[in-house]
Write a protein that binds this ligand. Structure first.
Ligand code: NAP
Length: 238
């Protein structure tokens, strides 16, 4: 079902985004548009995908920068003729008590996690409407549905992503556009204070577990939309 599709993935260089690229590599007819801030990692990824025979464009920039997002989507449509799938995955975390947050830290969280999701969705929706089909996947978090001490800012961004997704789903369903939200629990990626693979992450989800869930969501028949997927490591209490 992914034949001849163009997929734009934000946060493609590490963690869940990178695992999703690996999961999708087996589909030779997919066209990749990949976004992150690190040009070096994106360059390596592009070279790797091209060596496997894939079409790939990379875009180095911040998901919260409006001109960057606008030009990225425009370039993709010009280059590939369409954007069939958008995966809003880029995100950051900051944790601590409320009085420890500076305004700029608070804003950076909202810029990356919420504004980035809004901007990319806003830019692709007109193209998807024109095509009469499309799919938007939003990688939120299980803390879109619950909160924890020290998570006030991060949870607020993830609740916002969830609310945005739910309203967007209602708006675009009639145009043949699917909106699916993924709510992972703890995932062993470089997102956390300890490095990926740290013993403290033992038993957590692996990035490829979440990528597999996204892959499943992307492979439904045209009349089916999976609205939400929540997944946790068995050992996690939540
Ligand atoms: N890890 C978890 O336990 C967990 C649990 C639930 C939900 N999530 C969510 O899953 C998503 C992916 O997280 P992850 O664990 O895979 O994190 P990760 O390993 O840290 O990867 C984050 C990716 O986002 C990119 N990124 C970050 N800020 C960006 C920005 N402003 N503009 C463009 N790209 C940006 C990073 O690349 P650059 O740094 O090069 O830009 C990187 O490719 C996030 O939305 C996160 O909130 C994670």
């Amino acid at each position: 079902m992914l034949e001849e599709k163009t997929i734009l993935i934000t946060g493609a260089t590490k963690g869940i985004g990178r695992a999703l690229v690996s999961r999708l590599e087996t589909h030779n007819t997919l066209r990749f548009a990949l976004v992150a801030r690190s040009s070096e990692l994106l360059g390596e990824l592009k070279a790797h995908l091209q060596s496997q025979g894939h079409e790939c464009e990379v875009f180095v920039g911040d998901v919260a920068a409006e001109p960057f997002v606008t030009s990225t989507v425009q370039h993709c449509v010009e280059r590939f003729g369409s954007i069939d799938i958008l995966v809003n995955n880029a995100g950051i975390g900051r944790f601590g008590e409320v009085e420890q947050y500076s305004l700029s830290e608070w804003q950076q969280l909202f810029d990356t996690n919420v504004t980035g999701t809004f901007l990319f969705s806003r830019e692709v929706v007109p193209h998807m409407k024109q095509q009469g089909r499309g799919q938007i996947v939003i990688v939120a978090s299980d803390v879109s549905k619950r909160v924890f001490e020290g998570g006030s800012a991060y949870c607020a961004t993830k609740f916002a992503q969830d609310a945005f997704s739910m309203a967007l789903r209602k708006e675009v369903r009639r145009f043949g556009i699917k909106v699916s939200t993924i709510f992972p629990g703890l995932v062993d990626t470089s997102f956390h204070a300890q490095p990926q693979g740290d013993p403290a992450h033992q038993g957590w989800l692996r990035a490829h577990d979440v990528a597999d869930a996204i892959f499943y969501v992307l492979n439904t028949p045209s009349h089916v939309v999976i609205d939400e997927v929540m997944l946790h490591p068995l050992i996690q209490e939540y």
